[in-house]
Design a protein. Structure first.
Length: 284
């Protein structure tokens, strides 16, 4: 499906994904929000009938690379218990923001699930036959567990930070259902659907961009200059670990657990798709 811009009113726009891939529709919404911010100081867009949009960070990072502040969120299929609950009601509902730094440096970006742990990390732990940290998951009987398999047997994730994460998740739920029109719990299709929202803020409409950049740098210096607590090597900014990991993976490749690679190869065989000999490639 080709996403379509179906409405544009003032600083707001609506994109229709047409029940197709979420990423192209999300990029159309991002580009539209940028255009609206250039014209109106603020630009916001939602996406309707959208399948999974992938990581939220790239969209707000793109806005920040254009010298603007990006804010985004989306609701997802039920996977998380609300604060005080023990059954799936809300999604992992990611929230992300990005702020430009200027001088050719990467934007500062935070992209987090409002659950205590993202479902993708559950899948990764399960593929490695590993446990997850305590306080992230309940089994189907509502009992705490560290076994990721319990989630796929009907358990529920917990929100991060108790009532705080639950409150942020509820905001994403309200916007996803109310503005983007996506109620994943009633969606007739795969679980991977989202109700996305994105906002671009033109810094120049509020203050001098150079002054904003100076204030960002000063705040960053205060954060990284803070004395680390015992056992912590250094205080980092949001995204520092991911930027370092990106550089490592550009040099050395992306590690894939053997069980995951075996599943990919099995799917490739089913569809007649050739797969590379990764061990030979690594050796060379």
């Amino acid at each position: 499906q080709e996403p379509q811009l179906v409405s544009r009113r003032g600083a707001a726009a609506v994109v229709d994904a047409g029940d197709g891939w979420g990423q192209p529709a999300r990029w159309l919404a991002t580009d539209t929000a940028l255009d609206l911010a250039n014209a109106c100081a603020l630009g916001a867009a939602t996406v309707r009938r959208s399948y999974h949009i992938g990581r939220v960070a790239p969209y707000v990072e793109a806005i920040a690379r254009h010298g603007k502040i990006g804010l985004a969120m989306a609701n997802c299929a039920p996977a998380v218990a609300p604060f005080g609950g023990s059954a799936r009601v809300m999604g992992t509902n990611p929230i992300a923001w990005a702020v430009p730094r200027g001088a050719g440096r990467a934007p500062i970006c935070l992209d987090v699930a409002t659950a205590a742990i993202a479902e993708g990390k559950l899948r990764y732990a399960r593929s490695r036959e590993a446990t997850i940290p305590e306080g992230c998951l309940l089994d189907r009987d509502g009992q705490p567990t560290v076994d990721p398999n319990d989630f796929y047997a009907g358990g529920a994730l917990l929100p991060f930070g108790g009532h705080k994460g639950s409150g942020f998740s509820l905001l994403a739920q309200f916007i996803g259902r109310g503005l983007a029109g996506m109620d994943p719990s009633a969606y007739d299709g795969p679980r991977g659907v989202n109700g996305p929202f994105i906002l671009a803020i033109d810094i120049a409409a509020f203050t001098d961009p150079a002054e904003f950049a100076a204030q960002v740098d000063a705040q960053c210096a205060a954060v990284v200059g803070c004395r680390p607590e015992n056992g912590i090597a250094a205080v980092l900014l949001p995204g520092d670990r991911e930027l370092a990991e990106r550089e490592r993976r550009l040099r050395a490749g992306i590690p894939v657990p053997d069980p995951t690679w075996d599943e990919l190869r099995a799917a490739a065989r089913d569809y007649g798709v050739a797969t590379p000999d990764v061990h030979a490639a690594a050796a060379s």
